[in-house]
Design a protein around this ligand. Sequence first.
Ligand SMILES: Nc1ncnc2c1ncn2[C@@H]1O[C@H](COP(=O)(O)OP(=O)(O)OP(=O)(O)O)[C@@H](O)[C@H]1O
Length: 583
Amino acid sequence: NSEEYAVRLSLVGFLQVLSGNDTGIIEKLGWSAATDPCTDGWNGVTCNNRTSSVYKIKLEELGLRGTIDAGRLCQAPSLAAVSLLHNAIRGEIPPEISDCGRLTHLYLGGNSLAGSLPPSLTLLGNLKVLDVSDNDFSGELPDLAKISGLVGFLAQNNRLHGTIPSFRFGNFDRRRFNVSNNLFAGPIPPGGDRLDQTSFIGNPGLCGKPLPVACPPSPSKEDHKSLKLSREKAIMFSGYIALGLVLFLFVTYKLIHRKKRTKHRKIADEKIASDGSSGKSSIPWSSTEASATATSSLIVLKRPGTMTDLKFDDLLKAPAESLGRGRNGSLYKVTMADGTSLAVKRIRDCGTSAAEFRRRMERMDMARHPNVLPAVAFHCSTQEKLVVYEYQRNGSLLSLLQGRQLDCVAFDWSYRLRVAAGVAEGLAAMHRELLADGIGHGNLKSSNILLTNVMDPCISEYGLVADSRSVEKAGGGSAVAAADVHAFGIILLELLTGKPVRNEPSELARWVNSVVREEWTVEVFDEALVSGGASEGGMVQLLQVALRCVHPSPAARPSMDHVAAMVNTVREEEDERSEVSEP
Ligand SMILES: Nc1ncnc2c1ncn2[C@@H]1O[C@H](COP(=O)(O)OP(=O)(O)OP(=O)(O)O)[C@@H](O)[C@H]1O
Protein backbone atom coordinates (compact mmCIF):
# COMPACT_ATOMS: atom_id res chain seq x y z
CA ASN A 1 0.00 0.00 0.00
CA SER A 2 0.97 3.65 -0.31
CA GLU A 3 2.22 4.01 3.26
CA GLU A 4 4.58 1.05 2.87
CA TYR A 5 5.76 2.47 -0.44
CA ALA A 6 6.49 5.83 1.18
CA VAL A 7 8.55 4.06 3.87
CA ARG A 8 10.57 2.18 1.22
CA LEU A 9 11.21 5.39 -0.69
CA SER A 10 12.40 7.09 2.50
CA LEU A 11 14.73 4.22 3.38
CA VAL A 12 16.24 4.13 -0.10
CA GLY A 13 16.72 7.92 0.14
CA PHE A 14 18.38 7.46 3.55
CA LEU A 15 20.85 4.94 2.07
CA GLN A 16 21.62 7.23 -0.91
CA VAL A 17 22.53 10.08 1.45
CA LEU A 18 24.40 7.73 3.81
CA SER A 19 26.50 6.27 1.02
CA GLY A 20 27.18 9.65 -0.56
CA ASN A 21 25.20 8.49 -3.62
CA ASP A 22 27.39 5.47 -4.18
CA THR A 23 25.27 3.43 -6.58
CA GLY A 24 27.66 0.48 -6.26
CA ILE A 25 26.88 0.10 -2.56
CA ILE A 26 23.14 0.62 -3.06
CA GLU A 27 23.03 -2.10 -5.72
CA LYS A 28 25.15 -4.43 -3.64
CA LEU A 29 22.73 -4.06 -0.74
CA GLY A 30 19.75 -4.58 -3.04
CA TRP A 31 17.61 -1.75 -1.64
CA SER A 32 15.00 -0.50 -4.11
CA ALA A 33 11.63 1.20 -3.70
CA ALA A 34 10.20 -1.35 -6.14
CA THR A 35 10.87 -4.28 -3.80
CA ASP A 36 9.81 -5.24 -0.28
CA PRO A 37 12.45 -4.80 2.45
CA CYS A 38 11.10 -7.79 4.38
CA THR A 39 10.52 -10.35 1.65
CA ASP A 40 12.85 -9.27 -1.15
CA GLY A 41 16.13 -9.60 0.69
CA TRP A 42 17.30 -6.05 1.42
CA ASN A 43 20.74 -6.67 2.92
CA GLY A 44 21.26 -5.24 6.39
CA VAL A 45 17.53 -5.09 7.14
CA THR A 46 15.70 -7.28 9.65
CA CYS A 47 11.93 -7.28 9.93
CA ASN A 48 9.46 -8.15 12.62
CA ASN A 49 7.85 -11.32 11.24
CA ARG A 50 4.49 -10.67 12.80
CA THR A 51 4.02 -7.13 11.58
CA SER A 52 6.24 -7.35 8.47
CA SER A 53 7.87 -4.05 9.32
CA VAL A 54 11.54 -3.04 9.45
CA TYR A 55 12.85 -3.08 13.01
CA LYS A 56 16.60 -3.28 12.59
CA ILE A 57 19.08 -1.72 10.13
CA LYS A 58 22.67 -2.91 10.35
CA LEU A 59 25.10 -1.35 7.87
CA GLU A 60 28.58 -1.94 9.28
CA GLU A 61 32.03 -1.72 7.70
CA LEU A 62 30.73 -0.83 4.25
CA GLY A 63 32.84 2.26 3.61
CA LEU A 64 29.77 4.53 3.76
CA ARG A 65 30.97 8.13 3.33
CA GLY A 66 27.82 10.26 3.40
CA THR A 67 25.70 11.75 6.17
CA ILE A 68 22.76 10.62 8.31
CA ASP A 69 19.33 11.68 7.08
CA ALA A 70 17.37 10.99 10.25
CA GLY A 71 14.21 12.55 8.82
CA ARG A 72 14.03 9.78 6.22
CA LEU A 73 15.36 7.01 8.48
CA CYS A 74 12.70 7.65 11.10
CA GLN A 75 9.91 7.19 8.57
CA ALA A 76 10.21 3.45 9.35
CA PRO A 77 7.65 3.36 12.16
CA SER A 78 8.83 0.22 14.01
CA LEU A 79 12.57 0.87 13.81
CA ALA A 80 14.16 -0.32 17.08
CA ALA A 81 17.85 -0.72 16.26
CA VAL A 82 20.34 0.99 13.97
CA SER A 83 23.98 0.08 13.66
CA LEU A 84 26.28 2.04 11.36
CA LEU A 85 29.55 1.00 13.06
CA HIS A 86 32.93 1.43 11.39
CA ASN A 87 32.19 3.43 8.27
CA ALA A 88 33.37 6.92 7.30
CA ILE A 89 30.08 8.73 7.91
CA ARG A 90 30.45 12.52 8.24
CA GLY A 91 28.38 15.43 9.52
CA GLU A 92 26.39 15.60 12.75
CA ILE A 93 23.68 13.53 14.37
CA PRO A 94 20.60 15.44 13.20
CA PRO A 95 18.13 16.55 15.91
CA GLU A 96 15.36 14.74 13.99
CA ILE A 97 16.81 11.49 15.35
CA SER A 98 14.26 11.93 18.15
CA ASP A 99 11.55 11.07 15.59
CA CYS A 100 12.73 7.44 15.81
CA GLY A 101 10.71 7.10 19.02
CA ARG A 102 10.99 3.32 19.25
CA LEU A 103 14.74 3.20 18.99
CA THR A 104 16.34 1.01 21.66
CA HIS A 105 19.86 0.60 20.20
CA LEU A 106 21.86 3.19 18.28
CA TYR A 107 25.43 2.32 17.29
CA LEU A 108 27.39 5.05 15.50
CA GLY A 109 30.90 4.21 16.73
CA GLY A 110 33.98 4.33 14.48
CA ASN A 111 32.91 7.04 12.04
CA SER A 112 33.88 10.66 11.34
CA LEU A 113 30.86 12.26 12.95
CA ALA A 114 31.40 15.68 14.56
CA GLY A 115 29.57 18.53 16.33
CA SER A 116 27.77 18.07 19.61
CA LEU A 117 25.33 15.34 20.50
CA PRO A 118 21.87 16.87 19.97
CA PRO A 119 19.78 17.49 23.12
CA SER A 120 16.87 15.80 21.33
CA LEU A 121 18.61 12.46 21.97
CA THR A 122 17.18 12.68 25.49
CA LEU A 123 13.70 12.36 23.99
CA LEU A 124 14.45 8.79 22.92
CA GLY A 125 12.78 7.40 26.02
CA ASN A 126 13.15 3.75 24.94
CA LEU A 127 16.88 3.94 24.29
CA LYS A 128 18.95 1.27 25.99
CA VAL A 129 22.33 1.49 24.27
CA LEU A 130 23.98 4.51 22.64
CA ASP A 131 27.42 4.10 21.05
CA VAL A 132 29.07 7.27 19.70
CA SER A 133 32.63 6.16 20.41
CA ASP A 134 35.64 6.81 18.14
CA ASN A 135 34.25 9.84 16.34
CA ASP A 136 35.07 13.52 16.43
CA PHE A 137 32.24 14.71 18.66
CA SER A 138 32.80 17.86 20.73
CA GLY A 139 30.65 20.04 23.03
CA GLU A 140 28.86 19.09 26.21
CA LEU A 141 26.79 15.98 26.75
CA PRO A 142 23.02 16.42 26.79
CA ASP A 143 21.43 15.10 29.99
CA LEU A 144 21.24 11.49 28.86
CA ALA A 145 20.63 10.52 32.49
CA LYS A 146 17.01 11.47 31.74
CA ILE A 147 16.65 8.23 29.78
CA SER A 148 15.82 5.92 32.64
CA GLY A 149 16.26 2.65 30.72
CA LEU A 150 19.77 3.43 29.38
CA VAL A 151 22.07 0.50 30.15
CA GLY A 152 24.92 1.24 27.75
CA PHE A 153 26.74 4.47 26.83
CA LEU A 154 29.96 4.37 24.87
CA ALA A 155 31.53 7.74 24.03
CA GLN A 156 35.25 7.06 24.34
CA ASN A 157 37.79 8.69 22.04
CA ASN A 158 36.04 11.94 21.15
CA ARG A 159 36.57 15.57 22.20
CA LEU A 160 33.55 15.91 24.46
CA HIS A 161 33.85 18.33 27.35
CA GLY A 162 31.89 19.69 30.35
CA THR A 163 30.72 17.56 33.25
CA ILE A 164 29.35 14.04 33.23
CA PRO A 165 25.59 13.88 33.86
CA SER A 166 24.30 11.96 36.91
CA PHE A 167 23.73 8.66 35.15
CA ARG A 168 22.12 5.78 37.04
CA PHE A 169 25.43 3.96 37.13
CA GLY A 170 23.82 1.02 38.90
CA ASN A 171 22.15 0.12 35.57
CA PHE A 172 25.39 0.00 33.61
CA ASP A 173 27.57 -2.96 32.98
CA ARG A 174 31.30 -2.14 33.26
CA ARG A 175 31.85 -2.88 29.61
CA ARG A 176 28.94 -0.73 28.60
CA PHE A 177 29.89 2.62 30.07
CA ASN A 178 32.91 4.39 28.68
CA VAL A 179 33.72 8.10 28.42
CA SER A 180 37.50 7.68 28.42
CA ASN A 181 39.82 9.87 26.34
CA ASN A 182 37.71 12.99 26.12
CA LEU A 183 38.02 16.43 27.73
CA PHE A 184 35.52 15.94 30.57
CA ALA A 185 36.13 17.77 33.83
CA GLY A 186 34.73 17.96 37.36
CA PRO A 187 33.70 15.23 39.78
CA ILE A 188 32.47 11.83 38.67
CA PRO A 189 28.81 11.75 39.80
CA PRO A 190 27.72 9.51 42.70
CA GLY A 191 27.63 5.82 41.89
CA GLY A 192 30.42 6.12 39.30
CA ASP A 193 32.71 4.26 41.68
CA ARG A 194 30.79 1.07 40.85
CA LEU A 195 32.60 1.11 37.51
CA ASP A 196 36.20 0.53 36.60
CA GLN A 197 38.63 3.44 36.15
CA THR A 198 39.08 2.40 32.51
CA SER A 199 35.60 3.83 31.94
CA PHE A 200 36.88 7.33 32.83
CA ILE A 201 40.64 7.56 32.18
CA GLY A 202 42.16 10.00 29.73
CA ASN A 203 40.06 13.02 30.86
CA PRO A 204 42.55 15.47 32.37
CA GLY A 205 39.98 17.45 34.43
CA LEU A 206 37.98 14.54 35.82
CA CYS A 207 38.30 13.61 39.50
CA GLY A 208 36.86 11.36 42.19
CA LYS A 209 36.44 7.62 42.50
CA PRO A 210 37.10 5.27 40.72
CA LEU A 211 39.93 7.48 39.41
CA PRO A 212 42.94 7.79 41.70
CA VAL A 213 42.62 11.61 41.60
CA ALA A 214 40.67 13.10 44.54
CA CYS A 215 38.52 16.16 43.88
CA PRO A 216 39.65 19.46 45.44
CA PRO A 217 37.46 20.48 48.40
CA SER A 218 34.72 22.94 47.46
CA PRO A 219 35.32 26.45 48.80
CA SER A 220 34.13 26.75 52.43
CA LYS A 221 31.70 29.32 53.77
CA GLU A 222 34.56 31.12 55.45
CA ASP A 223 36.24 31.60 52.10
CA HIS A 224 33.06 33.04 50.77
CA LYS A 225 32.72 35.42 53.68
CA SER A 226 36.15 36.77 53.15
CA LEU A 227 35.38 37.66 49.59
CA LYS A 228 34.81 41.37 49.26
CA LEU A 229 31.41 42.45 48.11
CA SER A 230 31.71 43.90 44.68
CA ARG A 231 29.86 47.06 43.77
CA GLU A 232 27.36 45.06 41.74
CA LYS A 233 26.69 42.80 44.70
CA ALA A 234 26.11 45.77 46.95
CA ILE A 235 23.55 47.11 44.49
CA MET A 236 21.93 43.69 44.34
CA PHE A 237 21.68 43.47 48.13
CA SER A 238 20.13 46.90 48.46
CA GLY A 239 17.61 45.69 45.86
CA TYR A 240 16.82 42.72 48.10
CA ILE A 241 16.35 45.00 51.09
CA ALA A 242 13.91 47.16 49.16
CA LEU A 243 12.05 44.05 48.01
CA GLY A 244 11.96 42.74 51.58
CA LEU A 245 10.41 46.03 52.75
CA VAL A 246 7.72 45.86 50.08
CA LEU A 247 6.97 42.23 51.04
CA PHE A 248 6.80 43.16 54.72
CA LEU A 249 4.25 45.90 54.01
CA PHE A 250 2.29 43.53 51.77
CA VAL A 251 2.16 40.78 54.41
CA THR A 252 1.06 43.27 57.10
CA TYR A 253 -1.68 44.50 54.82
CA LYS A 254 -2.79 40.92 54.10
CA LEU A 255 -2.80 40.01 57.79
CA ILE A 256 -5.12 42.90 58.58
CA HIS A 257 -7.40 41.86 55.74
CA ARG A 258 -7.40 38.19 56.60
CA LYS A 259 -9.15 38.78 59.87
CA LYS A 260 -11.99 40.33 57.94
CA ARG A 261 -12.09 37.47 55.44
CA THR A 262 -12.03 34.64 57.98
CA LYS A 263 -15.79 34.58 58.35
CA HIS A 264 -16.34 34.34 54.57
CA ARG A 265 -13.70 31.67 54.20
CA LYS A 266 -15.40 29.38 56.69
CA ILE A 267 -18.59 29.56 54.67
CA ALA A 268 -16.65 28.87 51.44
CA ASP A 269 -14.89 25.86 52.98
CA GLU A 270 -18.13 24.39 54.08
CA LYS A 271 -19.38 24.84 50.53
CA ILE A 272 -16.47 22.80 49.11
CA ALA A 273 -17.09 20.09 51.65
CA SER A 274 -20.73 19.89 50.75
CA ASP A 275 -20.64 20.00 46.95
CA GLY A 276 -17.25 18.39 46.35
CA SER A 277 -16.99 20.15 43.00
CA SER A 278 -13.64 20.20 41.26
CA GLY A 279 -12.16 22.70 38.85
CA LYS A 280 -10.65 26.15 39.21
CA SER A 281 -11.35 27.91 42.43
CA SER A 282 -9.81 30.88 44.08
CA ILE A 283 -11.16 29.69 47.40
CA PRO A 284 -8.28 28.95 49.76
CA TRP A 285 -8.04 25.32 50.82
CA SER A 286 -7.19 25.98 54.40
CA SER A 287 -9.89 25.89 56.99
CA THR A 288 -10.16 28.55 59.65
CA GLU A 289 -9.10 25.92 62.08
CA ALA A 290 -5.84 25.29 60.23
CA SER A 291 -5.04 28.98 59.90
CA ALA A 292 -5.56 29.44 63.58
CA THR A 293 -3.07 26.72 64.58
CA ALA A 294 0.54 27.55 65.30
CA THR A 295 2.48 28.53 62.20
CA SER A 296 5.24 26.11 63.12
CA SER A 297 2.94 23.11 62.80
CA LEU A 298 4.00 22.21 59.27
CA ILE A 299 6.50 19.38 59.42
CA VAL A 300 8.81 19.68 56.43
CA LEU A 301 10.41 16.44 55.22
CA LYS A 302 11.98 17.51 51.96
CA ARG A 303 12.73 20.85 50.32
CA PRO A 304 10.26 21.28 47.45
CA GLY A 305 11.61 22.22 44.00
CA THR A 306 13.83 25.28 44.14
CA MET A 307 12.41 26.51 47.44
CA THR A 308 14.78 26.98 50.32
CA ASP A 309 12.05 26.93 52.92
CA LEU A 310 8.41 26.03 53.20
CA LYS A 311 6.30 27.77 55.82
CA PHE A 312 2.81 26.86 56.84
CA ASP A 313 1.73 30.46 56.64
CA ASP A 314 3.02 30.81 53.07
CA LEU A 315 1.11 27.69 52.12
CA LEU A 316 -2.07 29.10 53.59
CA LYS A 317 -1.68 32.35 51.73
CA ALA A 318 -0.78 30.94 48.33
CA PRO A 319 -3.46 30.75 45.64
CA ALA A 320 -5.09 27.32 45.44
CA GLU A 321 -7.05 25.49 42.78
CA SER A 322 -9.19 22.45 43.48
CA LEU A 323 -8.03 19.39 41.53
CA GLY A 324 -10.62 16.98 42.79
CA ARG A 325 -12.27 15.28 45.64
CA GLY A 326 -11.67 11.55 46.03
CA ARG A 327 -12.17 8.82 48.56
CA ASN A 328 -9.37 10.10 50.75
CA GLY A 329 -10.25 13.76 50.73
CA SER A 330 -9.69 16.81 48.55
CA LEU A 331 -6.67 17.76 46.50
CA TYR A 332 -5.51 21.28 45.72
CA LYS A 333 -2.84 22.68 43.45
CA VAL A 334 -1.10 25.47 45.30
CA THR A 335 1.25 27.88 43.57
CA MET A 336 3.89 29.31 45.86
CA ALA A 337 5.36 32.80 45.53
CA ASP A 338 8.48 31.52 43.73
CA GLY A 339 6.35 29.68 41.16
CA THR A 340 6.80 26.19 42.66
CA SER A 341 3.60 24.18 42.34
CA LEU A 342 2.56 21.87 45.15
CA ALA A 343 -0.26 19.38 45.49
CA VAL A 344 -1.90 19.52 48.90
CA LYS A 345 -4.12 16.70 50.06
CA ARG A 346 -6.59 17.55 52.75
CA ILE A 347 -7.46 14.24 54.27
CA ARG A 348 -10.94 13.36 55.25
CA ASP A 349 -10.50 12.46 58.85
CA CYS A 350 -11.09 8.92 59.91
CA GLY A 351 -10.44 9.12 63.58
CA THR A 352 -6.65 8.77 63.49
CA SER A 353 -5.02 10.76 66.25
CA ALA A 354 -2.55 13.47 65.33
CA ALA A 355 0.23 11.51 67.05
CA GLU A 356 -0.55 8.32 65.12
CA PHE A 357 -0.72 10.26 61.84
CA ARG A 358 2.64 11.87 62.55
CA ARG A 359 4.18 8.49 63.37
CA ARG A 360 2.95 7.05 60.07
CA MET A 361 4.17 10.01 58.01
CA GLU A 362 7.63 9.89 59.60
CA ARG A 363 7.80 6.13 59.22
CA MET A 364 6.91 6.42 55.53
CA ASP A 365 9.49 9.11 55.00
CA MET A 366 12.15 6.61 56.02
CA ALA A 367 11.07 4.15 53.35
CA ARG A 368 11.72 6.02 50.12
CA HIS A 369 11.82 4.52 46.62
CA PRO A 370 12.34 6.27 43.25
CA ASN A 371 8.92 5.05 42.07
CA VAL A 372 7.08 6.41 45.09
CA LEU A 373 6.32 10.14 45.41
CA PRO A 374 7.64 11.30 48.78
CA ALA A 375 5.62 13.75 50.85
CA VAL A 376 7.29 17.15 51.03
CA ALA A 377 5.62 18.13 54.28
CA PHE A 378 2.59 17.45 56.42
CA HIS A 379 0.44 19.10 59.01
CA CYS A 380 -1.65 17.37 61.60
CA SER A 381 -3.93 18.66 64.23
CA THR A 382 -6.95 17.02 65.75
CA GLN A 383 -9.14 18.96 63.34
CA GLU A 384 -7.21 18.66 60.12
CA LYS A 385 -4.58 16.59 58.32
CA LEU A 386 -2.75 17.89 55.26
CA VAL A 387 -0.07 16.24 53.16
CA VAL A 388 2.01 18.25 50.69
CA TYR A 389 3.57 16.75 47.55
CA GLU A 390 5.41 18.23 44.62
CA TYR A 391 3.00 18.86 41.77
CA GLN A 392 3.64 16.50 38.80
CA ARG A 393 2.77 18.33 35.61
CA ASN A 394 2.82 15.29 33.32
CA GLY A 395 -0.40 13.93 34.77
CA SER A 396 -1.24 10.38 35.70
CA LEU A 397 -1.48 6.93 34.18
CA LEU A 398 -5.23 7.49 34.14
CA SER A 399 -4.79 10.48 31.83
CA LEU A 400 -2.65 8.36 29.45
CA LEU A 401 -5.30 5.63 29.47
CA GLN A 402 -7.96 8.22 28.75
CA GLY A 403 -6.02 9.21 25.66
CA ARG A 404 -4.56 12.45 26.93
CA GLN A 405 -1.35 11.42 25.21
CA LEU A 406 1.86 13.32 25.83
CA ASP A 407 4.09 14.04 22.86
CA CYS A 408 7.19 13.00 24.76
CA VAL A 409 6.19 9.35 25.18
CA ALA A 410 4.66 6.64 23.04
CA PHE A 411 2.14 4.69 25.13
CA ASP A 412 3.39 1.51 23.52
CA TRP A 413 4.18 -1.99 24.83
CA SER A 414 7.68 -1.15 25.93
CA TYR A 415 6.50 1.94 27.87
CA ARG A 416 3.59 0.05 29.44
CA LEU A 417 6.04 -2.62 30.64
CA ARG A 418 8.24 0.14 32.07
CA VAL A 419 5.25 1.52 33.99
CA ALA A 420 4.21 -1.95 35.20
CA ALA A 421 7.74 -2.78 36.37
CA GLY A 422 8.28 0.62 38.03
CA VAL A 423 5.01 0.50 39.96
CA ALA A 424 5.61 -3.14 40.97
CA GLU A 425 9.11 -2.32 42.22
CA GLY A 426 7.95 0.74 44.16
CA LEU A 427 5.02 -1.02 45.77
CA ALA A 428 7.05 -4.13 46.63
CA ALA A 429 9.77 -2.01 48.26
CA MET A 430 7.23 -0.05 50.35
CA HIS A 431 5.52 -3.30 51.39
CA ARG A 432 8.86 -4.74 52.48
CA GLU A 433 9.55 -1.69 54.64
CA LEU A 434 6.12 -0.82 55.96
CA LEU A 435 3.78 -3.79 56.13
CA ALA A 436 5.15 -4.80 59.50
CA ASP A 437 3.78 -1.46 60.77
CA GLY A 438 0.46 -2.11 59.05
CA ILE A 439 1.06 0.59 56.43
CA GLY A 440 0.01 -0.34 52.90
CA HIS A 441 -1.10 1.99 50.11
CA GLY A 442 -4.78 1.34 50.61
CA ASN A 443 -6.01 3.27 47.56
CA LEU A 444 -3.86 2.31 44.59
CA LYS A 445 -5.34 3.20 41.20
CA SER A 446 -4.25 4.68 37.91
CA SER A 447 -5.02 8.28 39.02
CA ASN A 448 -2.54 7.74 41.85
CA ILE A 449 0.24 6.69 39.44
CA LEU A 450 1.77 10.00 38.46
CA LEU A 451 4.33 10.59 35.72
CA THR A 452 7.54 12.37 36.63
CA ASN A 453 9.25 14.89 34.36
CA VAL A 454 11.15 11.99 32.72
CA MET A 455 7.90 10.01 32.46
CA ASP A 456 8.84 7.45 35.09
CA PRO A 457 5.82 6.14 37.00
CA CYS A 458 5.55 7.32 40.57
CA ILE A 459 3.05 6.05 43.13
CA SER A 460 1.40 8.89 45.02
CA GLU A 461 -0.58 9.02 48.26
CA TYR A 462 1.04 5.92 49.71
CA GLY A 463 -0.31 5.16 53.17
CA LEU A 464 -2.83 7.98 53.35
CA VAL A 465 -5.70 5.66 54.14
CA ALA A 466 -4.80 6.14 57.73
CA ASP A 467 -7.50 3.93 59.09
CA SER A 468 -5.44 1.92 61.49
CA ARG A 469 -8.58 0.17 62.71
CA SER A 470 -9.12 -1.53 59.34
CA VAL A 471 -5.52 -2.74 59.38
CA GLU A 472 -5.89 -4.17 62.83
CA LYS A 473 -9.15 -5.82 61.81
CA ALA A 474 -7.38 -7.27 58.81
CA GLY A 475 -4.71 -8.87 60.90
CA GLY A 476 -1.43 -7.01 60.89
CA GLY A 477 -1.22 -5.76 57.37
CA SER A 478 -1.89 -8.88 55.33
CA ALA A 479 -5.34 -7.71 54.19
CA VAL A 480 -4.05 -4.30 53.18
CA ALA A 481 -1.22 -6.06 51.28
CA ALA A 482 -3.67 -8.33 49.47
CA ALA A 483 -5.86 -5.32 48.62
CA ASP A 484 -2.81 -3.52 47.15
CA VAL A 485 -1.91 -6.61 45.10
CA HIS A 486 -5.48 -6.71 43.77
CA ALA A 487 -5.28 -3.00 42.92
CA PHE A 488 -1.96 -3.57 41.14
CA GLY A 489 -3.56 -6.42 39.14
CA ILE A 490 -6.26 -3.99 38.01
CA ILE A 491 -3.56 -1.55 36.87
CA LEU A 492 -1.95 -4.35 34.83
CA LEU A 493 -5.35 -5.09 33.27
CA GLU A 494 -5.77 -1.40 32.43
CA LEU A 495 -2.33 -1.38 30.76
CA LEU A 496 -3.13 -4.53 28.78
CA THR A 497 -6.69 -3.68 27.74
CA GLY A 498 -6.18 0.08 27.40
CA LYS A 499 -9.46 0.49 29.31
CA PRO A 500 -9.34 2.89 32.24
CA VAL A 501 -11.29 1.99 35.36
CA ARG A 502 -12.88 4.79 37.30
CA ASN A 503 -15.42 3.42 39.74
CA GLU A 504 -15.81 -0.36 39.75
CA PRO A 505 -12.42 -2.11 39.34
CA SER A 506 -13.85 -5.62 39.77
CA GLU A 507 -15.96 -5.19 36.64
CA LEU A 508 -12.85 -5.06 34.46
CA ALA A 509 -11.47 -8.17 36.19
CA ARG A 510 -14.77 -10.00 35.65
CA TRP A 511 -14.90 -9.07 31.98
CA VAL A 512 -11.29 -10.14 31.36
CA ASN A 513 -11.88 -13.42 33.21
CA SER A 514 -14.98 -14.18 31.18
CA VAL A 515 -13.22 -13.54 27.86
CA VAL A 516 -10.25 -15.68 28.92
CA ARG A 517 -12.58 -18.52 29.98
CA GLU A 518 -14.11 -18.47 26.50
CA GLU A 519 -10.59 -18.82 25.13
CA TRP A 520 -10.79 -15.50 23.30
CA THR A 521 -7.75 -14.22 25.20
CA VAL A 522 -6.38 -12.01 22.41
CA GLU A 523 -9.67 -10.12 22.35
CA VAL A 524 -8.86 -8.48 25.69
CA PHE A 525 -5.70 -6.79 24.51
CA ASP A 526 -5.66 -3.13 23.56
CA GLU A 527 -6.00 -2.82 19.79
CA ALA A 528 -3.19 -0.22 19.84
CA LEU A 529 -0.83 -2.82 21.36
CA VAL A 530 -1.79 -5.51 18.86
CA SER A 531 -1.36 -3.22 15.85
CA GLY A 532 1.81 -1.75 17.35
CA GLY A 533 3.51 -5.15 17.15
CA ALA A 534 3.52 -6.07 20.86
CA SER A 535 4.37 -9.73 21.25
CA GLU A 536 1.36 -11.88 22.02
CA GLY A 537 3.44 -14.21 24.19
CA GLY A 538 4.57 -11.34 26.41
CA MET A 539 1.06 -9.89 26.72
CA VAL A 540 -0.35 -13.31 27.68
CA GLN A 541 2.39 -13.73 30.30
CA LEU A 542 1.58 -10.33 31.84
CA LEU A 543 -2.13 -11.14 31.72
CA GLN A 544 -1.45 -14.30 33.72
CA VAL A 545 0.32 -12.23 36.39
CA ALA A 546 -2.63 -9.79 36.45
CA LEU A 547 -5.17 -12.59 36.86
CA ARG A 548 -3.24 -14.03 39.78
CA CYS A 549 -3.24 -10.61 41.44
CA VAL A 550 -7.01 -10.16 41.09
CA HIS A 551 -7.81 -13.63 42.42
CA PRO A 552 -11.10 -13.36 44.36
CA SER A 553 -9.55 -14.97 47.41
CA PRO A 554 -7.06 -12.56 49.06
CA ALA A 555 -5.07 -15.46 50.49
CA ALA A 556 -4.46 -16.88 47.01
CA ARG A 557 -2.84 -13.67 45.70
CA PRO A 558 0.97 -13.58 45.45
CA SER A 559 3.03 -11.17 47.53
CA MET A 560 4.14 -7.90 45.88
CA ASP A 561 7.73 -9.14 45.93
CA HIS A 562 6.74 -12.16 43.92
CA VAL A 563 4.60 -10.04 41.58
CA ALA A 564 7.49 -7.61 40.96
CA ALA A 565 9.78 -10.53 40.12
CA MET A 566 7.22 -11.92 37.65
CA VAL A 567 6.68 -8.55 35.96
CA ASN A 568 10.43 -8.03 35.69
CA THR A 569 10.83 -11.44 34.07
CA VAL A 570 8.25 -10.54 31.43
CA ARG A 571 9.99 -7.20 30.87
CA GLU A 572 13.43 -8.77 30.55
CA GLU A 573 12.21 -11.47 28.17
CA GLU A 574 10.52 -8.83 26.05
CA ASP A 575 13.70 -6.76 26.03
CA GLU A 576 15.66 -9.77 24.86
CA ARG A 577 13.08 -10.51 22.23
CA SER A 578 13.30 -6.99 20.79
CA GLU A 579 16.98 -6.63 21.48
CA VAL A 580 19.22 -7.06 18.57
CA SER A 581 22.26 -9.25 19.01
CA GLU A 582 25.17 -7.04 20.07
CA PRO A 583 27.24 -6.05 17.07
N1 LIG B 1 1.14 15.46 43.16
C1 LIG B 1 0.30 15.58 42.15
N2 LIG B 1 0.65 16.31 41.07
C2 LIG B 1 -0.21 16.46 40.03
N3 LIG B 1 -1.43 15.88 39.95
C3 LIG B 1 -1.82 15.14 40.99
C4 LIG B 1 -0.99 14.95 42.13
N4 LIG B 1 -1.65 14.12 42.98
C5 LIG B 1 -2.82 13.82 42.39
N5 LIG B 1 -2.94 14.43 41.20
C6 LIG B 1 -4.07 14.36 40.26
O1 LIG B 1 -5.12 15.20 40.74
C7 LIG B 1 -6.38 14.63 40.47
C8 LIG B 1 -7.21 14.62 41.75
O2 LIG B 1 -6.53 13.83 42.73
P1 LIG B 1 -7.31 13.15 43.92
O3 LIG B 1 -6.31 12.45 44.75
O4 LIG B 1 -8.21 14.13 44.56
O5 LIG B 1 -8.24 12.16 43.11
P2 LIG B 1 -8.34 10.61 43.17
O6 LIG B 1 -7.01 9.98 42.94
O7 LIG B 1 -9.44 10.24 42.24
O8 LIG B 1 -8.85 10.48 44.66
P3 LIG B 1 -8.35 9.69 45.94
O9 LIG B 1 -6.89 9.39 45.78
O10 LIG B 1 -8.63 10.62 47.08
O11 LIG B 1 -9.21 8.49 45.98
C9 LIG B 1 -6.11 13.23 39.93
O12 LIG B 1 -6.30 13.27 38.54
C10 LIG B 1 -4.66 12.96 40.22
O13 LIG B 1 -4.07 12.18 39.19
